[in-house]
Design a protein around this ligand. Structure first.
Ligand code: HMH
Length: 207
């Protein structure tokens, strides 16, 4: 049986829950998140998205032409997302010219290392990263004052994009060797852990 994205979720329900359900998101839903926690997330996630955009650019380099449409659509959404982050930061008078915190740096370094892996592993990583936010923010729901944030990653268009990423990853995993499938599973688990750590990094922020 070839590995699929669904199978990864079924194999690791606990790791996935920890990646997508966190007090940070719960307190966004309740409106009780503190400013420094939210602002830390916002600035660090901007820095993350800059490096994530580079990762998607590198995935394009490895992808079959038949996968270009979806990936280019993702890159175009990232163009919009990067300007949106700058707007949100300006509204809050936050300086984006900031150092990465350790967890953010670890995650960005990890994304960089993924470029050396087979395309099916990269495609799985891309789906995992996008699905984590799609699910995490969707569970928050569209409640003010963070409506705009939950909608960005929870909206139907983004959900559809994540489904296409899943299809592309499944398609190439199907013809991957067992060894490569194991790599894909390890990458899924590492990303799930980094997602959990990223929420925790913002949640623990005191300044
Ligand atoms: C930490 N994971 C993190 N930030 C994001 N913006 C995404 C995933 C989805 O793009």
């Amino acid at each position: 049986m070839p590995l699929t994205c669904k199978q990864l979720l079924q194999n690791h329900p606990q790791a996935w829950r920890e990646a997508t359900v966190h007090p940070f998101l719960e307190q966004c839903r309740l409106g009780t998140i503190q400013q420094q926690q939210f602002n830390t997330w916002l600035v660090q996630d901007y820095l993350f998205v800059v490096d994530f955009t580079r990762m998607v650019g590198r995935i394009l380099h490895s992808a079959p032409v038949a996968h270009f449409d979806v990936i280019l659509g993702g890159l175009s959404a990232l163009k919009d997302e990067l300007s949106w982050f700058k707007e949100k930061a300006a509204e809050r008078k936050l300086d984006l010219n900031t150092q990465k915190q350790l967890t953010c740096k670890e995650y960005c370094d990890y994304m960089y290392s993924i470029a050396a892996m087979p395309y099916s592993v990269q495609a799985t990583a891309l789906w995992t990263i996008e699905f984590a936010y799609n699910q995490g923010w969707q569970l928050v729901g569209v409640i003010p004052p963070y409506t705009e944030f939950s909608e960005r990653w929870g909206n139907p268009g983004f959900t559809e994009y994540v489904k296409l990423l899943e299809q592309q990853a499944d398609e190439v995993l199907q013809s991957s060797s067992e060894n490569v499938q194991q790599q894909a599973e390890a990458v899924f688990l590492n990303i799930a852990r980094l997602e959990k750590d990223f929420w925790q990094m913002a949640f623990s922020a005191t300044q």
